[in-house]
Design a protein around this ligand. Structure first.
Ligand code: AMP
Ligand code: ZN
Length: 116
């Protein structure tokens, strides 16, 4: 996707504070962190949202969660964290490339539906 912001980040055309990448996954710090730890875990392949994911995406979606757990611990949230995947209009998804927010830090992140 030529014009997609997160595809450009994966290609290095827009700078990011990269934390991790492998063949399938790219992880970077959110530019506007809501918590001391606020990572974005994305598939390198363009998937618009969880609402457009398919059975073929099961491996990459699983890998995103396993990597999220390891990086949250390494990046300063060893006692737990929250994973948020905003999806579509109702879910307030602003960037149209599937991404999981990993939010945490030393203190509890707050009520379930508090906006991040
Ligand atoms: P969402 O509302 O779930 O689509 O969230 C999009 C997230 O992307 C927001 O938390 C933004 O702060 C973050 N974001 C937007 N542009 C960038 C960027 N260039 N680098 C890192 N994070 C970004
Ligand atoms: Zn994309």
């Amino acid at each position: 996707m030529d014009s997609c912001l997160f595809c450009k980040i994966v290609r290095g055309e827009i700078p990011s504070r990269k934390v991790y990448e492998d063949d399938e996954i790219f992880v970077f710090h959110d530019i506007n962190p809501a918590r001391p730890v606020h990572l974005l875990v994305i598939p390198k392949k363009h998937i618009t949202s969880l609402a457009t994911s398919t059975e073929a995406d099961v491996p990459v979606l699983g890998r995103m969660l396993v990597v999220a757990n390891r990086l949250a611990t390494e990046q300063g949230s060893p006692d737990g964290f929250r994973v948020i995947i905003n999806t579509g209009r109702v879910g307030h998804q602003e960037v149209q490339h599937l991404h999981a927010h990993i939010v945490g830090g030393p203190d509890p992140v707050g009520p379930m539906l508090k906006q991040i």
